[in-house]
Design a protein around this ligand. Structure first.
Ligand SMILES: Nc1ncnc2c1ncn2[C@@H]1O[C@H](COP(=O)(O)OP(=O)(O)OP(=O)(O)O)[C@@H](O)[C@H]1O
Ligand SMILES: [Mg+2]
Length: 407
């Protein structure tokens, strides 16, 4: 298992004890559309990519799904989203040799391109599609895409359409969109249309949508009052790792790189990453590898860990830069007060508000910040301790304590 920090992991790099998540996802996708719910860097994209990889290794007879994976982080307008969606659907029709069916939906002007699609192997028609659809607005796109989705009901295999980083794309509409449009109207009509598409599903559950992204979709839509657009979606939760997972992760990585770590240092690492994501284990392990040493005695790992947090040159920094990018100055100030306090003790949110924040903002604003910190992967509500707020994992707490001067 390789030491990968940041990119999605699959196959031998996917922690073995977490493979059950891929099986659970496969079971769920047979039944319904859903949102993958979990904080940042918990392995949302990895579970999807591993599901796709497993499916692709099957021979045609045993393959159960057609899969379309849409990576949406960089999309800044609804038109660009539709273009990508359309292109991938067209490709699916091409692969499944259904081009004649799609001709009917697209109309005569697409005949020439459609006949070429049959022959070419490589998906080399992006520019041509772009050219042909240059004048399309949202209603024209809907007119073209809707029948292509409805006709998935007639395919032999189920189709899974994954929208990765969907909420981040919505966020882009707001912050970077080049069209001057009303965010709420656009989001409402896009999510409303996607919901309507799910509803033309026949009883055989022939296609499902999977939404996933690092900013919480439910909260994003709730904030603008259109949460009804996704209330048909189930949730698929990616849980934090337990101490067994953590131990297996460290041991598998150590084996791969022929690194020896003394048992109490392994315990130390396990204690820092349990209840978080495998990502944190990968980060600590990377710090060990960066020393180029092969043998880590007691005390050495602790010292490297401390130096990593203080040095600041590690992959936790992106958590901080997201706060700078996405929160307003007031929200940022509140978040720093909350995080600093949680370095000292876990505390219930109401208590925290009454103690430190009641003069700065109203309770609703405070809760919005708390929820945001939860979905950014900083903190969580501890169900074993009366729902007190606490850092997701000790490594994040230690890191923030260094930053905030608590430690
Ligand atoms: N099953 C796993 N086995 C090993 N490492 C994992 C696993 N899942 C996640 N990781 C670690 O977490 C990192 C992020 O994984 P991934 O990109 O799948 O998360 P994500 O939830 O999609 O993140 P984001 O919120 O940024 O989109 C990986 O690079 C890897 O270090
Ligand atoms: Mg991801």
């Amino acid at each position: 298992m390789e030491n990968i920090t940041g990119f999605p992991v699959t196959h031998k790099n996917y922690l073995e004890s977490r493979l059950f998540l891929v099986d659970e996802m496969r079971d769920l996708v047979r039944k319904c559309s859903f949102i993958i719910d979990s904080p940042r860097r918990f392995g949302k994209t990895s579970v999807i990519k591993e599901f796709i990889r497993q499916e692709n290794t099957k021979d045609e007879k045993n393959r159960e799904f057609n899969i379309i994976f849409l990576e949406l982080e960089g999309e800044e307008t609804v038109n660009k989203f539709c273009y990508k969606f359309f292109k991938e659907l067209l490709n699916l029709y091409r692969i499944r040799k259904k081009i004649d069916a799609v001709r009917q939906f697209l109309g005569d002007s697409w005949n020439v391109l459609a006949s070429r699609l049959k022959k070419i192997d490589a998906l080399d028609f992006g520019l041509e599609i772009q050219e042909k659809t240059r004048e399309y607005d949202f209603s024209k796109w809907k007119e073209k895409i809707t029948p292509m989705i409805a006709a998935l009901n007639s395919f032999d295999k189920r189709t899974v359409i994954v929208f990765d980083e969907f909420p981040d794309m919505l966020q882009n509409f707001k912050t970077k969109g080049i069209e001057s449009v009303d965010f709420k109207t656009v989001t409402d009509s896009l999510t409303g249309w996607l919901r309507a598409l799910r509803q033309i599903q026949d009883s055989g559950c022939k296609y499902q949508f999977v939404f996933c992204g690092s900013i919480n979709l439910r909260k994003t839509l709730e904030e603008i009052g259109v949460s009804k657009r996704i209330n048909d979606l189930e949730s698929f939760v990616i849980p934090p790792i337990n101490s067994e997972d953590a131990k297996l992760l460290i041991k598998s990585l150590a084996q791969e790189y022929d690194i020896k770590i003394e048992p109490d240092s392994i315990e130390f690492m396990v204690s820092k990453i349990t209840d978080g994501s495998p990502y944190y284990g990968q980060i600590i392990f990377k710090a060990l590898r960066d020393t180029r040493e092969k043998y880590f005695t007691s005390g050495k790992v602790e010292a490297i860990y401390e130096a990593m947090l203080r040095g600041g040159d590690h992959d936790l920094n992106h958590f901080h830069s997201r706060l700078e990018e996405y929160l307003s100055p007031l929200q940022r100030e509140c978040s720093k007060i909350i995080l600093k306090h949680l370095c000292n003790e876990a505390v219930h949110e109401k208590e925290l508000y009454d103690l430190l924040l009641f003069e700065k903002c109203n309770f609703e604003e405070f809760q919005a910040v708390v929820n945001r910190l939860i979905y950014e992967g900083y903190i969580t509500r501890d169900v074993d301790n009366k729902n007190s707020l606490k850092f997701v994992s000790p490594i994040l707490k230690d890191w923030w304590a260094c930053k905030a001067g608590v430690k």
